[in-house]
Design a protein around this ligand. Structure first.
Ligand SMILES: Nc1ncnc2c1ncn2[C@@H]1O[C@H](COP(=O)(O)OP(=O)(O)OP(=O)(O)O)[C@@H](O)[C@H]1O
Length: 246
């Protein structure tokens, strides 16, 4: 479903994406891991269309989208949270998701006042909130949601755009154990329904959820494999995981 061929990006003398070739099949949860500064966020920004690669290609559904702008990439089903619209803190969770539905439908933000009352928008918005576990928090202003709930809201907003593939950049960052566990439950629920590329530092979560794992070090892929293959890969252990951590 998503493929990169020889993707290359540098910032001055620093190579952030070093000839990365990846292949993510439909329905899979593919995790990208690596130490700080390995180039994970830079990779996702290129996949989403926010950052232009210096070389190589990105294919979505077999079509070359390397130079396709963010909005058109999102409209074709490749969604990163926060991509279409950002959270309005004083608006309810429901209104925020309704706005994401509206933005995806191509309406102007001039009509935002109506979004929270239009059943064509609130219906799908409620469904997305239910799916992420925020059904009972629909009327709460986004700024009063807990940190974990705000991350769930971002995912609901991404889901509201009817994506086929989700790009998730550290959905568990800053979460405590309880919030982290409910995010793992949510990702398990989304897995299979959506193709997912997940960047995450929480190795327990990655190894529990991923079908495939790619390890990036200094911008380059050092290994791609199943969780079992990655866990016992000598180079990965040496470069990243360490002997004790897994
Ligand atoms: N806009 C930029 N200008 C210059 N250098 C950048 C820019 N963005 C990222 N870099 C550098 O590119 C490298 C890769 O950064 P990136 O944020 O993609 O890594 P990461 O794997 O996501 O790290 P982390 O796990 O800490 O989030 C880093 O050395 C970073 O300093």
């Amino acid at each position: 479903m998503l493929e990169t061929r020889d993707l290359y990006k540098h910032f001055g003398g620093l190579v952030a994406t070093d000839h990365v070739s990846l292949s993510i099949r439909e329905g899979e949860l593919h995790a990208v891991i690596g130490p700080n500064g390995a180039g994970k966020t830079t990779l996702i920004a290129q996949l989403a269309g926010e950052l232009r690669p210096d070389g190589g290609a990105i294919l979505f559904d077999g079509k070359d989208v390397t130079r396709t702008p963010v909005q058109r990439r999102a409209a074709s089903g490749l969604a990163r949270s926060f991509q279409i619209t950002s959270v309005f803190p004083s608006f309810s969770a429901l209104a925020n998701v309704a706005l994401a539905v509206q933005a995806h439908a191509g309406h102007s933000f001039r009509f935002w006042r109506r979004a929270a009352h239009d059943a064509a928008l609130t219906g799908p918005a409620r469904d997305a909130l239910e799916l992420v576990g925020l059904g009972s928090r629909a009327e709460v202003p986004a700024e009063l949601l807990s940190h974990g709930e705000q991350r769930q809201l971002e995912i609901a907003m991404a889901l509201a755009t009817r994506p086929r593939m989700l790009l998730l950049d550290e959905p568990m960052a800053g979460m405590g154990p309880a919030e982290g566990a409910s995010m793992v439950d949510l990702l398990r629920k989304l897995k299979g329904r959506y193709t997912i590329l997940l960047i995450e530092h929480d190795m327990d979560a990655v190894f529990a959820l991923a079908d495939w794992i790619t390890v990036l070090v200094h911008g380059a892929v050092i290994a791609t494999g199943t969780p079992e293959e990655i866990r016992y890969d000598a180079e990965v252990r040496r470069a990243y995981l360490g002997e004790e951590t897994v």
